[in-house]
Every structure is written in structure tokens, then in C-alpha cells.
Design a protein around this ligand. Structure first.
Ligand code: FES
Ligand code: MG
Length: 578
């Protein structure tokens, strides 16, 4: 950790406006601090550190964060700060419906407004399950205070008999085996106990590991923090060290605004690509960068994807799990092999530059973290497609797809929404073959709503029984980072707002050409115009409540799915506590 260079005095602290001075309000605020049970010398003149905790009983990925906040507090106290824990919205990827993506911006708003409306000088952000990381960081970026992220950490490897299991990834795999009649009730019960067997977020390279790693390379965690398994004692020590460090950041006025610049986001994209990370990262990083006034586009990902090799051999694209990645050297080990592609002179929350934090980094297993001359794939695992079916772009994680499908033309079989898909996917009259292109619409940011992770459409039972394990699938949905297959995702604009996906009909030929970055509907413009004239917009999904606010303000996938009024620049007044 860097040495604290104090450039601020106690009277400069934001919280001083609440607690300092001989005024009615500060008298009242001090009286209520006594009511909270604190002596004046315990908190006056000290940085107030808000610990934003996404723990809840419903979130297994964060079940350890209730206790882990105590280690953060230990660090804050030891460094001379005053910790206050705030419970904030818990977004549990498994349980929250229709999808936590509907609520990412709600947690972002809550984060921003809590930091603004209370006497807070710095923030410790505790999250990790998929949407929590971008939500906390979006809100913190808009608030602009010093902030540090404490990633929840991945769960331990899953186990079943002599097999190592990946959460998510192997859930899909064994469910397909069950549908093919190969897994009985007793085996299924064993799998239930073995898939996810400790606190922590998914331990594949899903959205959680992708986004916590992105947070680390952005410079918002202590070095190495994102790879530490949730239950490792190193995780306790990291939490305490993060609590200590945020106090230094406050005195140094090392705000999140000073850390997040365009080069930080360029490095985050590079890292996501080298990890073979989740396609969800495109949406989240675009939204996060937008909060810092940086306009990222899907094209930024594609440009880097052609240069950055995949070095992390982690499921679903590779063979290992996050626990193995940690023992192999973790994210610092991986980054130490990419320094020529990174902006190593950027400052991080540690007070050191990114390059300085990597000075001691080593790789201990060349299969888990590949050397540059033996990558898992020479090109980044994500490609951005364009064409008349996706004028604003679409995404495919081709590293996790059957290679023979990456250049494919086949007839469309269209499903209007997820319910339609579930009802008809096994209908023999559809005549689906391995060459068919399955199309799901009505699943975008508005149509889903919330752009659910329906993008890995199920293979029909009769094809599964024949041994077919991958097909070309196209949707305006997202896909879980733990999923795999030749799934074209994030088609923009979505069908709900009249994007070309709304015009596809059964039997239309569709061409997927990943090397050429093309997604094309083989139907002439005149015919498409005719179909467009006949199309009618679906009725609004919500007539009231948060859903109506969401529907009025959500942007499309290529713009990050932030709310337009949160993404734009402009003044937000500081509250006057007196
Ligand atoms: Fe929480 Fe996968 S369910 S990270
Ligand atoms: Mg997920």
C-alpha cells in the first residue's frame, strides 16, 4: 500500500459539515451520535466511512458479507476512521425475478443517493454477485467520493463424486443430461448438494468473476482482491486492509473520479477479453463508463478483441475454476502477462500505479494462466456483429461455441417470447434440425423486461437425444456468463421497439459469419419494409411503479441499459446539512 499523503484536514471533511461547528444542526447530529453510543473522541474529526453491504438472507453469494463487514470495520477503526454500515439492495442472481438486471439501476441510484445524502467521506462497496458490482460502481462513480470495492470472492470448487463442478455451467450441462435420461433422482439430489458448496459468487468465469476482475483492473480494489476465494482467510485480511486503505484515500482526496478515466476502461475491456469473460461485461462497462462521462461503444470491444489473446483457462470457455486461478497467481498473475497492452502508469486505490502493484505478481501454473505464446485463443473470446438483423450490434462469445457453427446459414424457427419458446420448443411439427437457427424475441431491455438471461435457448429434446449439443441461437436477451453455445445475444435495437428481429419469419434464412462479424437476414429490403409497415408495437409492460420508471428511461444494450437521466451529465446539488 502507498504511503498516505495527507492533503486534507479534519475541517475539510464532508462529514464536518454535519458534525463540526457551534450550530443547532451540528449539536443535534452530535447528540444523535451519542445516542448511537459513540464517544466524541471516537468519531469527531475522523473520516466517516460508509460500508455499503449487499448482504441478505436470500443471497447465497453474499452470505459471508454480514460477518466480513466486521473485518472492514476493524481496518477502518485501526486507520483512524469511523465506520458505519449501510444495508443496500441485494440483487441475487438466482432468486430475483424476472431478472436482477431490472434492478441494477435501482441499486446504482440507492448507492449514489446514500453517499450523497448522509455524512459520508468515503465508501467501502461490498458486492460480487453479477449485477451488484456494476450497480455499486455506477452509483459510486456518480457520487464521486473516495471509494474502494471489496469483492465478495468466488465460492470454492464444486464437487460431484470424482468430478469437479462449475456453478452455473455444470448446472446447464447436467440438466441436459437429465433431459436426455442419463441422470436419475438420486444423482440429481447429489448434484444439488455439490454444485455450490460454500459462500461466494459463481466460481466460473461468469459475470461475477468477470466484473469483480474488471473492478480490480480499473484500480478500485486492493491488488489481487478479486481472485481470493470468499472463505479463504486471505479474504478476511483483504477486507480489513481495504477498510484501512479507504481512510488513507479520504485524507489523500483520492476520489473514484481521479481513478476512472478512458484508459482505465480500455484496460478493463482488455482484461475481460483475456479472461474469456462474460458478454454481460459489454453492457455493464458501457454503463459504468457512461457515469464517468466516457462514451464506450461495442466497437471498442471488438477492436480490442482482435488484439487481445485469451489467457485464462477457466470454464465455461476453458477447463479450470476460480479457485485454481487464485492458486495460479490470480488476476495479478494474468495482468503481469499483459503489461504491454495495459496502461500501467494509472493510479489505483492502493496509491500505487497499476504497474507497481504488479511488480511481485507471478504465475504458478502455465495451464491455468497461459503464456502469451500458448493462449487458449489468439483472439479475445467476444465478437461484435452487425448487419441488417442487428443495425446497432449484437454479441457472441465465440470462444464458448462449437467452431463449425461460427460460419453458418440456416432457416429460422421463431419464438415470440420466452413463454412461447417453452411451450413449443419440443413441438415436432416445427421440423427443427441441427441446421435450424433458433430465434427468440421479446426478451430485450423493454421486452423481457430487464433483458433476462434467456439467450442460451434450449436444444430440442429430439436433437439432444441424437447427441446435438450446440446450435445457432439468436435473441435480444442476455446470456449468463456461465452459459455457452453459438448464441448471438444483445441484438439491438430489440424487437419490442421494432428492431428487425421483430420482422423475422419462420423459414427465413439467416447468416452468421463470426470471422466477417456479420449477422444477416437473407430477406430483401422491400420485403422487410412491407413487414415493418404491418408491425404494431406491443402495449407497455407496466402502467405504474418502478417498472414504469424503468420502461420510460431504459436505454438499449449498445448504450449500456442505464437510465437516460442517470447517464447524462449535469449538476446535482450537495445537500446542506445545516
Ligand atoms: Fe451470484 Fe452466480 S448466482 S454470482
Ligand atoms: Mg450469472
Amino acid at each position: 500500500m502507498g504511503t498516505t499523503v495527507a492533503i486534507r484536514k479534519p475541517e475539510d471533511l464532508r462529514s464536518h459539515r454535519w458534525f463540526g461547528g457551534d450550530e443547532l444542526r451540528s449539536f443535534s447530529h452530535r447528540a444523535r451520535a451519542r445516542q448511537l453510543g459513540y464517544l466524541p473522541e471516537e468519531h469527531l474529526g475522523k473520516p466517516v466511512i460508509a460500508i455499503l453491504n449487499t448482504w441478505s438472507d436470500i443471497n447465497p453469494c453474499h452470505m459471508h458479507l454480514r460477518e466480513r463487514a466486521e473485518q472492514v470495520k476493524r481496518g477502518v477503526w485501526q486507520a483512524g476512521g469511523f465506520p458505519l454500515e449501510f444495508p443496500v439492495a441485494t440483487l441475487s442472481e438466482t432468486y430475483q425475478k424476472p431478472t436482477p438486471m431490472l434492478y441494477r439501476n435501482l441499486l446504482a441510484m440507492e448507492t449514489e443517493e446514500i453517499l450523497r445524502s448522509y455524512p459520508v467521506d468515503g465508501a467501502v462497496l461490498m458486492g460480487g454477485c453479477d449485477k451488484t458490482t456494476p450497480a455499486l460502481l455506477m452509483g459510486a462513480a456518480s457520487a464521486g467520493l473516495p471509494a474502494i470495492f471489496v469483492p465478495a470472492g468466488p465460492m470454492l470448487r464444486g464437487h460431484w463424486r470424482d468430478q469437479t463442478l462449475g456453478s452455473g455451467t455444470d448446472m446447464w450441462k447436467y440438466w441436459d443430461e437429465r433431459r436426455a435420461g442419463l441422470i436419475g433422482d438420486a444423482e440429481l439430489a447429489e448434484l444439488e448438494r455439490g454444485l455450490a458448496r460454500s459462500p461466494g459468487h459463481c466460481m466460473t468465469m461468469g459475470t461475477a468473476s468477470t466484473m469483480t476482475s474488471a473492478a480490480e483492473v480499473l484500480g478500485l480494489t486492493l491488488p489481487g482482491a478479486a481472485s481470493i476465494p470468499a472463505v479463504d482467510s486471505a479474504h478476511h485480511r483483504m477486507a480489513a486492509a481495504s477498510g484501512a486503505r479507504i481512510v488513507g484515500q479520504v485524507w489523500e482526496d483520492l476520489t473514484i473520479t481521479k481513478i476512472l478515466d478512458r484508459s482505465a476502461y480500455s484496460d478493463a475491456i482488455t482484461t475481460v477479453l483475456a479472461l474469456g469473460g462474460s458478454t454481460n461485461a459489454l453492457i455493464h462497462l458501457i454503463a459504468m463508463a457512461g457515469r464517468s462521462g466516457i462514451g464506450l461503444t461495442p466497437a471498442d470491444f471488438d477492436a480490442l478483441a482482435r488484439r487481445v489473446p485469451v489467457l485464462a483457462n477457466i470454464r465455461p470457455g476453458g477447463a479450470w475454476l476460480m479457485e485454481d486461478f487464485y492458486y495460479a497467481g490470480g488476476l495479478p498473475g494474468l495482468l503481469s502477462r499483459l503489461t504491454d497492452l495495459l496502461h500501467v502508469d494509472r493510479v489505483t486505490v492502493s496509491g500505487q500505479t497499476l504497474g507497481e502493484t504488479l511488480a511481485e505478481a507471478r504465475v504458478h501454473n502455465d495451464d491455468v494462466i497461459r503464456p502469451r505464446d500458448n493462449p487458449l485463443a489468439a483472439e479475445g473470446g467476444i465478437a461484435v456483429l452487425r448487419g441488417n438483423l442487428a443495425p446497432s450490434g449484437a454479441v457472441i462469445k465465440h470462444i464458448a461455441a462449437a467452431p463449425e457453427l461460427l460460419a453458418h446459414t440456416g432457416p429460422a424457427v421463431v419464438f415470440d417470447d420466452y413463454r412461447d419458446l417453452k411451450k413449443r420448443i419440443n413441438d415436432p411439427s416445427l421440423g427443427i434440425t441441427a441446421d435450424s437457427v433458433l430465434v427468440l424475441r421479446g426478451s430485450g431491455p423493454l421486452g423481457g423486461p430487464g433483458m433476462p438471461e434467456y439467450g442460451m435457448l434450449p436444444i430440442p429434446d429430439h436433437l439432444l437425444a441424437q447427441g446435438v449439443r450446440d446450435m445457432v441461437r439468436i435473441s435480444d436477451a442476455r446470456m449468463s456468463g456461465t452459459s455457452y453455445g453459438a448464441c448471438v445475444l444483445h441484438v439491438a435495437p430489440e424487437s419490442h421497439v421494432g428492431g428487425p428481429l421483430a420482422l423475422v419469419r419462420d423459414g427465413d434464412l439467416i447468416t452468421l459469419d463470426v470471422p466477417g462479424r456479420v449477422l444477416r437476414l437473407e430477406v430483401g429490403d422491400a420485403e422487410l419494409d412491407r413487414r415493418r409497415a404491418q408491425w404494431t408495437a406491443p402495449p407497455p409492460r407496466y402502467e405504474r411503479g418502478y417498472g414504469a420508471l424503468y420502461s420510460d428511461h431504459i436505454t438499449q444494450a449498445d448504450e449500456g441499459c442505464d437510465f437516460d437521466f442517470l447517464a447524462r451529465s449535469g449538476a446535482t446539488p450537495e445537500p446542506d446539512p445545516r
